[in-house]
Design a protein around this ligand. Structure first.
Ligand code: ZN
Length: 294
């Protein structure tokens, strides 16, 4: 049986019109090539052997997601240095224009002028921001970002934020800087990438305290991650409690296993049911991004 067939079987059996993947990467070719080289070399932020399962040209990657029945996905771009975000944002806007099933995304970096280009992205219709604290190596509560966060908060645009210390801690890892950010901007809709691995508990606590905080399942619960950063058994109950705040994400194409595996591990979590799966695979994201209901 081919993979697309297996993927479709999962969402069809749940009565869904497909799935939404809030965490996929499309980026300018030269940037993607660089990211892939970094994974090939197991660079310091990767830390282990990491063969990319879906390394192919952009057109083929789009076809793959569509064959899986991914109705909406994202082009998460992120800068690792100043004066890069504007260019990435222009690229992501053009990509979304050409790719109707890709949500228009944008990013930001602590630098002079960030408020201006964040406002431009919001005005141009950006539906999701990405902040990569590890790769960008900055403090999300950096005063340089404060007014930009205010713009995003007021516009109620969600932000996928990679802020846990996994796979290896950066300079500003973990829940403390994000807690400081939420104190300043309590209405921010932050989608904590990778369930906040390995600080799962702390980020679930933040989701308890702040209505806007959500978590994406990206890579979590897979054998690849469980090997080094297992999700605590005692917290499974809280996954059920947060059924409305958890979104499916895959990290396609940069994963060292199949897309189907990322879905299957969710269907096998102890104590979850079809209602939970429908919310996580589709309904929560559909509500967040105003997509057709299931
Ligand atoms: Zn990612």
């Amino acid at each position: 049986m081919n993979e697309a067939h297996s993927v479709r079987q999962i969402w069809r059996s749940l009565g869904l019109p497909g799935i939404v993947d809030v965490h996929t990467h499309f980026m300018p070719k030269q940037v993607m090539d660089k990211v892939w080289r970094y994974f090939d070399d197991a660079g310091p932020l990767v830390g282990r052997q990491w063969p990319i399962a879906y390394r192919s040209d952009e057109e083929h990657r789009l076809e793959t997601l569509r064959a899986f029945g991914v109705r909406a996905f994202t082009s998460l771009v992120y800068p690792h240095k100043p004066q890069m975000a504007t260019w990435l944002n222009q690229w992501a806007m053009a990509f979304a224009e050409m790719t109707p099933d890709c949500l228009h995304t944008a990013t930001l970096y602590p630098e002079p002028g960030v408020e201006v280009y964040v406002r431009q992205a919001v005005d141009a219709g950006a539906r999701l921001f990405k902040a990569h604290i590890q790769v960008g190596c900055y403090d999300p509560a950096d005063p340089l970002l404060d007014t930009a966060w205010g713009v995003i908060e007021d516009a109620a645009v969600p932000v996928v934020i990679h802020c846990g210390s996994g796979p290896v801690p950066g300079k500003h890892p973990g829940p403390e800087p994000v807690t400081a950010l939420l104190k300043r901007h309590p209405r921010l809709c932050l989608v904590v990438a990778h369930m906040g691995m390995p600080e799962y508990t702390d980020f679930l606590d933040l989701a308890d305290r702040y209505d806007g905080v959500r978590l994406d399942t990206t890579m979590a619960f897979t054998p690849f991650v469980e090997e080094t950063m297992p999700f605590p058994k005692s917290e499974y109950r809280r996954l059920r409690d947060h059924a409305d705040h958890i979104l499916f994400g895959s990290d396609f194409p940069n994963i060292p296993y199949g897309f189907i595996d990322a879905m299957r591990v969710l269907t096998r979590l102890p104590g979850i049911d079809d209602v939970w799966l429908r919310k996580v695979f589709y309904d929560n994201a559909a509500r967040l991004f105003g997509l057709p209901g299931s």
